[in-house]
Ligand binder design. Sequence first.
Ligand code: HBI
Ligand code: FE
Length: 285
Amino acid sequence: EEFLATVAEKSHGAALRGDYEHADSHYVVKQHWQAYTEAEHDLWRALYQRQMSLLPGRACDEFIDALHKMNAADGIPEFEKTSRELFAATGWTIIAVPGLIPELTFFEHLANRRFPVTVWLRKPEEFNYIVEPDVFHDFFGHVPMLFNPVFADYMQLYGKGGLKAMQLGGLEQLARLYWYTVEFGLINTPQGLRIYGAGILSSGGEVEYCLTPGTSSRHIHLDIQRCLNTLYKIDTYQETYFVINSFQELFDGTAADFAPYYEKLKQGQALPANTLLPDETELLV
Ligand code: HBI
Ligand code: FE
């Protein structure tokens, strides 16, 4: 109830969507796959097809390859089927949740290689934009990357880091790393920049925008401390995209002890989302 109040505050007073009544103490629910309507499956297929028309040459191969293997084109998938395949691939499972869940619970799930996926689907009028994560964002956007062993390890590491950050008072900083990597991350490949962030991959407009030359957004190589200190925009396209060279680089950077980073960053001011520091080079798109 305290959690619901906090989230309501964060979502500008709007009530949280989703049925929290039937959740267990870890906020896990049943997916109730049979209860999805044919209209919802239609909407899923439309969302899926639109994204697939945009992703070739833009999403990273790891995402596209896993997505194809997931057979999720024909309607809202049954979590348990994909969860079994995912467990065989990287030891992760998918759990169903009513929507946003408290940070502590969220981190506990990640630290134990369980990815929470929201059960409900957006309304047709939210086709292009939705504030809260729904099943399309969570499943289509996040789950494919969990089939990659290094990224899968990074997500668990992030969950463990979240539990630590809660004790160290570094949550605000750590959440920025999630935002700029898991949600809005780009990766440099021999073929050019590619998307691995779920917030972009499940979005109608940002897939094209983030790889378009000449926008006012900058692309810079990910420096973890710089990222932890960078504010972000939640209601517009990103003004900064942090680019990694490999998922291993992301894992290695996150394996460090963040305690000294938090200490240092707490002394100063966070950087606005559109900052470009004098020693930084913008990467070509
Ligand atoms: N709950 N279901 C769900 N999905 C999220 O992505 C999520 C959450 N609770 C907390 C949370 N994310 C954030 O605090 C993360 O940025 C760290
Ligand atoms: Fe997300």
